[in-house]
Write a protein that binds this ligand. Structure first.
Ligand SMILES: [Zn+2]
Length: 159
């Protein structure tokens, strides 16, 4: 539906001129449904945060599983819980990134986007370097040499 700017008559969308007064209608944009604003819903931010929190919580569950991951015993179900927690942690991390996609599209990067990236980086660090498990073994009083070895491995992977 096109509204003539001169006489306000209603014309068909493909009408080149106004059927009422003959005015040129080609330069008038088609007035269809109002354009849906491209704003990303605010819940994306909360959802991303929730996924990052779940990722962190699930990955930290690994620390409670009494299994030496350097010498995994595949006859015990714990080992599958360990790997399951690891995979779920990564899945939630990816879901968090997917929720951030809308935030990252806007340019320049908003403060919220930078904040979410920082959280994502911290959670990724905790998962991949198993920081929570190391802390847990310190609290539980595991073999000191074992912990030293774990820290060494961590330092090696960082450099
Ligand atoms: Zn007209």
């Amino acid at each position: 539906m096109k509204i003539c700017p001169k006489c306000d008559a209603q014309n068909a969308n493909n009408a080149p001129v106004c059927k009422h007064c003959g005015a040129n209608l080609n330069e008038i944009p088609e007035a269809n449904e109002p354009e849906i604003p491209d704003d990303k819903p605010p819940y994306h931010l909360g959802l991303a945060l929730l996924f990052f929190f779940l990722s962190f919580a699930i990955s930290s569950v690994k620390a409670l599983i009494p299994e030496n991951i350097d010498y995994p015993d595949y006859s015990k179900p714990y080992i599958y819980l360990y790997y399951g927690a690891m995979i779920l942690g990564i899945v939630f991390l990816v879901l968090g990134f997917v929720c951030m996609k809308g935030l990252l599209k806007t340019k320049p990067l908003p403060g919220k986007g930078i904040f979410m990236i920082m959280i994502a980086v911290i959670v990724s660090f905790l998962i991949f370097f198993d920081v929570v498990s190391v802390a847990q073994s310190v609290i539980l009083g595991h073999n000191e040499d074992e912990i030293a070895q774990q820290v060494e491995t961590m330092e090696d992977s960082l450099s």
